[in-house]
Design a protein around this ligand. Structure first.
Ligand code: 6R9
Length: 648
């Protein structure tokens, strides 16, 4: 496909905060004198004590420590709620759209204040203090936002666990965070189907064992009957009736933790990515303002779940810090009809819409009519996040959803980065479909080769970031060594993203996908090691190797090679059983798309599985397997190819 370039539409050059020259000047300033730049930007939030020490960061080699605004004192909930009461108390903060289109509500900043305080008082009365970890396992209902902000108010550290994770996954996160307080709902509701959240919490606590979780706060969503353990479990509505809607906020140091969010890496169990207070909020707010060109009065909708970092930074913290109106959607894009997204846009007059490529690709399949029958005339800007967006999907999003009128901001970032790092600015950046374009302010991307040599000009290699930005994660919760090892040891002195990247002659960045053993399924990160360890936990499985393969809708699908215990037969029934097993162990997002029973896996003589070969076979690239002569038994490769599973 020939490379297309889309100019900034003329109306944007007048409306936007910055044009191209403005972007360039501000970017130059940000990397030339980060101290001065971020000292100024820090003023966008309210500080009880303004920071005087701005940047104190060290990427190693050796010690790695990251501190921003370290003598500043603030509170995130104060900034997202209290601060707006004088100026916009009656403005809508959250538009909530239920799974069922007949259910929606609007929560003003004043109502948000009351709700957050009530939630905070309930927690405080049960002993939650600054620094305590609170696990939130919730559907997409306003109470999820109240819970997160209530933690921030008290200085408690929230750990939101996506409602699609299994009891086992929830248990390991509760355990790792040593979280004594859990907030959940009776059941979730998605696409008309109920999700047994409280049942899962009960199972998780059972697995964690006695003495860890003391309190479970249960929001009634469906009213379904659930088991309530006396002395431990309490219904939110009952507790809320007994407390006031005033709760003092905790004064937090800029570097006090705000939240932990578990994410998959190439090895081991998911890591607790730790974000802190001041730098995170400044960065989330600033990126939300510039990337989405957010102005007062705009209606903004990010379709992510609060269980992922996108929900943290761009449903909640960034928008609310900016006093925005943010839409929160409980349902799915296809219920009750395939036009749901576009109907919601018309219903609430959405101006800015931020979603994932996987959603675009699946909606594309139904053709233009379900989109075109809606108006979408309020739309001004579209956004994409979570995985590379292929040019075909980009073009469709632009032409069909945006009526060729709305720019698309393809935003590249990670759980670890806290906020967007590479992105167009809609009034400043010419767009190339499939490219995340240019770095945000203060971000210094570099492309390195395998040895770590920095490549200049048009090139391709691994993406690293050469210096710190305020939204960066600070550590892996409880394991600083793992933080250093994972992100700063591959290329000493630099933050390694785990992504491959190309830079073109215009200096535009094109993310090519993960270069480690992480796969991206529908924008969700999965460590292949996690799926493998779930598979080998099955009594009939002796060995498993998992790789990604190209999938039309999900971006990548999960391909599992499984060797059975001696005497076990590879049947269709067992295949189904293993898929169900992984769903139960990790959650539906980890379900293998294809399982290939393999009598042997390609291994080196020292016993290492050669994933490179398995990846090629899964990609149907039989001609480019590379050198197989170092294998202990080269014949296994022929067998694997003969039995390659057909793509669904
Ligand atoms: C925000 C989020 C991070 C990984 C990241 C990369 C991929 C995200 C992307 C993108 C290409 C984009 N990714 N945005 N790839 N273009 N615009 O998704 O965080 O869940 O931690 O995933 O997602 O591979 O490394 P997270």
């Amino acid at each position: 496909m020939e490379e297309k370039i889309y100019d900034v539409p003329s109306e944007w050059t007048h409306r936007a905060y910055l044009d191209d020259a403005g972007y360039r000047a501000k970017y130059e300033a940000s990397v030339k004198d980060p101290e001065a730049f971020w000292a100024e930007e820090a003023k966008r939030i309210h500080w009880f004590k303004e920071p005087t020490r701005i940047k104190n960061t060290n990427f190693g080699p050796g010690d790695v420590s990251i501190r921003w605004f370290e003598d500043g004192v603030t509170n995130v909930a104060y900034n997202c709620v209290d601060r707006h009461l004088h100026t916009r108390g009656d403005q809508v903060a959250i538009i909530w759209e239920g799974d069922d289109p007949s259910e929606s509500k609007k929560i003003t900043y004043r109502e948000l204040y009351a709700q957050v305080n009530r939630m905070a008082n309930i927690m405080r009365n049960r002993g939650v203090e600054k620094g305590d970890r609170v696990t939130i396992y919730m559907p997409m209902i306003p109470e999820a936002a109240y819970a997160m902000l209530a933690c921030a108010r008290l200085g408690a550290i929230h750990s939101v666990v996506f409602g699609g994770f299994s009891p086992d996954s929830l248990a390991s996160r509760i355990q790792d965070a040593k979280s004594a307080f859990v907030i959940t709902a009776d059941e979730g509701l998605r696409g008309g189907r109920k999700v047994p959240l409280k049942v899962n919490v009960d199972a998780a606590i059972e697995r964690v064992g006695a003495g860890v979780v003391d309190h479970v706060l249960v929001v009634r969503r469906t009213g379904g009957a659930v088991n309530m353990v006396p002395g431990r479990d309490v219904y939110y509505d009952e507790a809320a009736g007994l407390v006031s809607d005033d709760c003092p906020y905790e004064e937090m140091n800029a570097e006090d933790p705000l939240f932990i969010l578990y994410t998959s890496g190439s090895t081991g169990t998911p890591k607790g990515v730790l974000h802190t207070t001041g730098g995170y909020l400044v960065y989330a707010a600033m990126t939300h303002q510039y990337v989405f060109d957010y102005h007062d009065g705009d209606i903004y909708w990010c379709t992510a779940d609060v269980g992922w970092v996108t929900g943290h930074s761009y449903i909640l913290y960034g928008p609310l810090a900016n006093g925005a109106t943010t839409l929160m959607f409980e349902g799915v894009p296809t219920y009750p009809s395939i036009s749901r997204f576009w109907e919601v846009i018309d219903k609430h007059n959405v101006n800015i819409f931020y979603t994932a490529p996987t959603a675009i690709r699946s909606l594309m399949q139904a053709g233009e009519e379900p989109v075109k029958k809606t108006s979408r005339k309020t739309l001004r800007l579209l956004g994409s996040v979570g995985e590379p967006i292929n040019p075909e999907a980009w073009e469709w999003y632009h032409r069909v959803v945006g009526d060729s009128r709305c720019p698309i901001v393809d935003t590249w970032w990670q759980t670890e980065t806290g906020g967007i790092l590479i992105t167009p600015l809609p009034g400043a950046t010419k767009l190339k479909p499939g490219s995340a374009t240019r770095p945000f302010f203060g971000v210094k991307p570099q492309i390195v080769d395998a040895e770590g040599n920095v490549q200049e000009g048009a090139t391709e290699g691994n993406l690293v970031i050469a210096d710190s930005w305020p939204g960066q994660m600070r550590t892996v919760y409880g394991d600083h060594e793992r933080f250093v090892q994972t992100y700063f040891s591959t290329y000493p002195g630099k933050y390694f993203t785990g992504d491959g990247c190309r830079r073109d002659a215009d200096g535009y960045y094109w993310i090519t996908g993960r270069v480690d053993d992480v796969i991206n399924v529908s924008g969700h990160r999965m460590g292949t090691a996690e799926v493998e360890s779930a598979l080998v936990a099955h009594p009939k499985v002796s060995e498993a190797a998992v790789v990604g393969y190209p999938h039309d809708i999900k971006g990548q699908g999960i391909y599992a090679y499984v060797t059975l215990m001696a005497g076990e037969q590879p049947t269709e029934e067992l295949r189904k059983e293993l898929v169900a097993w992984v769903r139960k162990e990790i959650g539906p997002i980890a379900s293998p798309d294809l399982i290939q029973f393999a009598p042997g896996l390609p291994k080196t003589r020292s016993g290492k599985i050669m994933r490179r070969i398995l990846r090629k076979i899964a990609e149907d690239e039989f001609g480019s397997l590379g050198d197989t002569s170092t294998l202990a038994d080269p014949a296994v490769v022929d067998d694997l190819i003969t039995n390659r599973q057909n793509k669904r």
